[in-house]
Design a protein around this ligand. Structure first.
Ligand SMILES: [Zn+2]
Length: 165
């Protein structure tokens, strides 16, 4: 069977030849969880000097602390050895630089149909959204105070991370 994914499956065969994570337990070996944006300019492990196996990573548009992100963090903290949580939105994020109307109209244009019903989690004020997101994690009943939680802004032009919360 040929598919649109053949090149990727070929690459996967080469990957599997040197695969060394077999039998890996799936905990966060460095005790880190990261919530960040889906943006392809972000390398969540690389930017923190980590390697596969070190961290639990949850990504979505904007790097927001959604109910599902909280679900991941609760599991990470209690079952996967997470001790430190980083919430990491970034500069020049599409979710923070466009309005809901703009995104709907751009997607609608691309789709050739109405997209005014589609939800997009746009961020009007990135700094205050980050404060809210970090507060949500810190105040979660199932995330104990012993867990360090920080809010950071990642600069996609310099690669630098700056703690804001
Ligand atoms: Zn983004």
């Amino acid at each position: 069977m040929t598919s649109a994914f053949d090149d990727l499956l070929d690459a996967n065969k080469r990957f599997a030849e040197t695969f060394d994570l077999a039998g890996f337990d799936g905990v966060a070996h460095a005790g880190i969880a990261i919530v960040t944006c889906m943006d392809s300019r972000i390398d969540p492990l690389g930017m923190l000097g980590l390697t596969p196996g070190d961290a639990k990573i949850f990504r979505n548009p904007g790097g927001r602390v959604t109910p599902q992100a909280l679900e991941a963090l609760v599991l990470g903290v209690h079952l996967l050895q997470v001790k430190r949580i980083l919430v990491v939105p970034h500069t020049r994020c599409a979710m923070a630089s466009a309005t809901l109307e703009e995104l709907r109209s751009r997607v609608g244009e691309s789709a050739g149909q109405d997209a005014s019903w589609q939800h997009f989690g746009v961020v009007a004020d990135q700094e205050s959204a980050l404060r809210d997101d970090v507060r949500q994690v810190r105040s979660h009943r199932l995330i104990p105070d012993s867990i360090a939680v920080g809010g950071f802004l990642y600069d996609v032009d310099t690669g630098l991370l700056e703690q804001r919360v």
